[in-house]
Design a protein around this ligand. Structure first.
Ligand SMILES: O=C(CO)[C@@H](O)[C@H](O)COP(=O)(O)O
Ligand SMILES: [Fe+2]
Length: 226
C-alpha cells in the first residue's frame, strides 16, 4: 500500500556552487550549522551545460564529512542514466535529472529508485511545464529552474512562477523545488506560487550571516504554506 500523502513542508537547500571550491567541506558544514535542511549539489558535465563542476568521487569524499546532510544531486548532465549507481554508492539521497537529457524518464526514475535514492525531475526555463506531468507519479520532487542552468549568481526569472503555480494546483502534495537567483528579494514570488523546496546559492553562501538569510527564506515560505 502506498504511504499516505503528506503536505509539503518548507525545506531550504543551499547550493555550494559559488562557495570557496577549495574548501567545500567547510562550506557544507557551515550551511548545515546555519540551519540548512539539505544540501543542493550541482553536477555539471560541460556538455548538457557549458560549465564543469564535480562528480561522484567528490560526493563520496564529502559524505563522511557531513553524515547527517541530505544530498540533493542536481544532475546537469547529458547521460543521467550513467551516474545513478555511482552517485548512490557515493551517498547521494536524491537524484534530480533533467527531462531534456533523457529519452526514457520512466525507466530512469525506476533505476534511481532501485538504487535507493529519491527521484527528482527538473525542467529548464525553455521547457513547457506539461512535459513533466506524465512522469509526476514516478517522482518525489519536480524542479523548476528559475535561471538557465550552468552558473550560479544569475538573475531570477519571475515568469517561471506560472509553472510552479500550475504544478502546485495539480499536485498539492508534491515537493516542488525552485533553483536560481533566489534570495530575500525573490523568495515571496516562489512562496506565493507554491514552491516548498528552495535552493539558494549566492544569496546564502555570500551572506555575512547565512543563518539569518536561511531563516528569512524559511519564514516567508512557511507563512504561505500555513
Ligand atoms: O543549478 C544551478 C545553476 O545551474 C543553481 O543551483 C545555482 O547554483 C544556484 O545559485 P544562485 O542562482 O542561487 O546563486
Ligand atoms: Fe542547481
Amino acid at each position: 500500500m502506498a504511504a499516505p500523502a503528506q503536505k509539503p513542508t518548507c525545506k531550504i537547500g543551499p547550493s555550494i556552487l559559488n562557495a570557496d571550491l577549495s574548501n567545500l567541506q567547510e562550506s557544507c558544514i557551515k550551511m548545515m550549522d546555519s540551519g540548512a535542511d539539505y544540501l543542493h549539489l550541482d553536477v555539471m558535465d560541460g556538455h548538457f551545460v557549458p560549465n564543469l563542476t564535480f562528480g561522484h568521487p567528490f560526493v563520496k569524499c564529502l559524505r563522511p564529512k557531513v553524515p547527517e546532510a541530505f544530498f540533493d544531486m542536481h544532475m546537469m548532465v547529458s547521460d543521467p542514466e550513467k551516474w545513478v549507481e555511482p552517485m548512490a554508492d557515493a551517498g547521494a539521497n536524491q537524484y534530480t535529472f533533467h527531462i531534456e537529457a533523457t529519452e526514457n524518464a520512466k525507466a530512469l526514475a525506476r533505476q534511481i529508485r532501485e538504487a535507493g535514492m529519491k527521484v527528482g525531475i527538473g525542467i529548464k526555463p525553455g521547457t513547457p511545464v506539461d512535459v513533466v506531468v506524465p512522469y509526476a507519479d514516478e517522482a518525489d520532487m519536480i524542479l523548476v529552474m528559475t535561471v538557465e542552468p550552468g552558473f550560479g549568481g544569475q538573475k531570477f526569472m519571475g515568469d517561471m512562477m506560472s509553472k510552479v503555480k500550475f504544478l502546485r494546483e495539480k499536485f498539492p502534495d508534491m515537493d516542488i523545488e525552485v533553483d536560481g537567483g533566489i534570495g530575500p528579494n525573490t523568495i515571496d514570488a516562489c512562496a506565493e506560487a507554491g514552491a516548498n523546496m528552495i535552493v539558494s546559492g549566492s544569496a546564502v553562501v555570500n551572506a555575512e550571516n547565512p543563518e539569518a538569510v536561511i531563516s528569512l527564506l524559511r519564514g516567508r515560505v512557511q507563512n504561505v504554506l500555513q
